[in-house]
Ligand binder design. Structure first.
Ligand code: ZN
Length: 161
């Protein structure tokens, strides 16, 4: 263990894909705050942010391996339409929350036939190279409570009720 305090870093970011389409941005709301070293954000982004100072902006490209992973064909399955209880019409593009052995997971329907649906449980950004435009807004030391919980409290972080 080092004695360097663990930091809370607040960033503004805009995320685009290889086609230049904006996938997500913090610019319309509060900055995103994360706890360093707690895997709150993808590793490929964190390792670049750690080199940056408050007020600095940078473009960071992250490979799938250091982002949301490569696309795993084993997570693509065909299931009977009858498995979708309570859904009138199953269509490609629909998203569902499924309970799996790894906890709740988002699945996307990618194709539908007369009796079967093809579902994909990969992260929607799996297999994609991610292009971040990031700016460091604020850096502060983490509190004891944040270290114990493994996430940030307050603006841009978790709110416990
Ligand atoms: Zn907490």
């Amino acid at each position: 263990m080092s004695n360097t305090p663990v930091r809370v870093v607040s960033i503004h970011y805009t995320l685009t894909n290889d086609q230049g389409e904006v996938i997500d941005s913090s610019r319309e709301s509060a900055p995103l705050a994360y706890l360093e070293g707690a895997q709150n954000i993808i590793p490929g982004l964190e390792k670049e942010l750690i080199k940056m100072a408050v007020g600095e902006s940078r473009k960071v490209s992250v490979s799938p391996e250091e982002g949301y992973g490569v696309h795993d064909a084993n997570l693509v399955q065909q299931v009977p339409l009858a498995a979708f209880q309570g859904v009138d019409k199953v269509e490609a593009g629909m998203q569902f929350q499924a309970n799996t052995e790894h906890g709740p997971q988002m699945i996307v329907v990618t194709a539908v036939s007369d009796t079967l649906a093809t579902i994909d449980a990969n992260h929607p950004l799996a297999g994609q190279t991610l292009h971040f435009d990031v700016e460091i807004m604020e850096v502060r030391d983490a509190s004891e409570e944040e270290l114990a919980h493994g996430h940030v409290h307050g603006p841009g972080g978790h709110h416990h009720h």
